[in-house]
Design a protein around this ligand. Structure first.
Ligand SMILES: O=C(O)CCC(=O)C(=O)O
Ligand SMILES: [Fe+2]
Length: 198
C-alpha cells in the first residue's frame, strides 16, 4: 500500500498501515529480537539516573553518532537485514538514511515518554521513517506548548508492518510518545531510520 498524508496542522506525517505483509513483519520481529545486541540504557530524568523502560540498539554508517537524553550512541554497523530494510524504505520514502534506532518494548509496561526528535545532528527538518513490528501499540502526537496554532492531539494505532514517516516541520511543532498500556500485549519492535548530519 502507498503512504498517505495525515491531516495534521503544521506537520508533515505520512502513514502506510500495511507497508510489510503480516508474515514478513512476524519473521522480521523474530529474527531481530534474537540477533540484535539489545541494551537497556540509563538516562537522566529530573537529575536522577534511571533505566529506560525499553531496550534499544543503534546501527549506522561510520560516524553516525547520536546524542540524546545524556546518552552518546556510537553506531554498530548495518547488518544485511537492516541494510535491506534501509533500501526498501529509501525507495518508499525518497530519502536517504544513514542510521537506525531500534526500540524493543517487551510488554505493555515498556514505553517512550513525550519528546521531539529535534537534536541538532538531525538537522532543521528531521526525516524519520518508523517501521513497527509485533504488538499493536498506540502512538500519540500533541502540539508543543509554545505553538501559535490550535490543534488537537492525535492518536494512531501502529500495527505490525505499518510505516510512519515524519518529516518537514513535524519535530519543530509537535511532540510524540508511546504510552504504557495496562492491556496484556506481547513485544513490539520499532525501527526508526534517520539521517544524522555528520
Ligand atoms: O516506538 C515508536 O513508535 C516511537 C519511537 C520514537 O519515537 C523514537 O525512537 O524516537
Ligand atoms: Fe521519537
Amino acid at each position: 500500500m502507498p503512504l498517505v498524508p495525515l491531516a495534521i496542522p503544521q506537520a508533515d506525517v505520512w502513514f502506510d498501515a500495511a507497508f510489510l505483509p503480516p508474515d514478513e513483519a512476524a519473521a522480521l520481529l523474530h529474527e531481530l529480537s534474537a540477533t540484535i545486541a539489545w541494551r537497556q540504557e540509563p538516562i537522566r530524568m529530573f537529575g536522577r539516573e534511571v533505566l529506560q523502560p525499553r531496550l534499544i540498539a543503534w546501527h549506522g554508517d561510520a560516524g553516525a553518532t547520536y546524542r540524546y537524553s545524556g546518552l552518546q550512541l556510537e553506531p554498530e554497523p548495518f547488518t544485511p537485514t537492516l541494510h535491506a530494510l534501509r533500501l526498501r524504505l529509501q525507495q518508499a520514502t525518497g530519502a536517504a538514511y544513514n542510521s537506525v534506532l531500534l526500540n524493543l518494548y517487551r510488554n505493555g509496561a515498556d514505553s517512550m515518554g513525550w519528546h521531539a526528535d529535534d537534536e541538532p545532528e538531525l538537522g532543521p527538518t528531521p526525516i524519520i521513517a518508523s517501521l513497527s513490528l509485533g504488538a499493536t501499540r498506540r502512538f500519540r502526537l500533541r502540539p508543543k506548548a509554545k505553538t501559535s496554532f490550535e490543534a488537537k492531539p492525535v492518536s494512531l494505532e501502529l500495527t505490525s508492518g505499518s510505516l510512519l514517516l515524519m518529516q518537514g516541520a513535524t519535530q519543530q511543532n509537535w511532540q510524540h510518545a508511546l504510552p504504557k498500556t495496562a492491556q496484556a500485549v506481547g513485544p513490539r519492535l520499532n525501527l526508526t531510520f534517520r539521517r544524522i548530519i555528520t
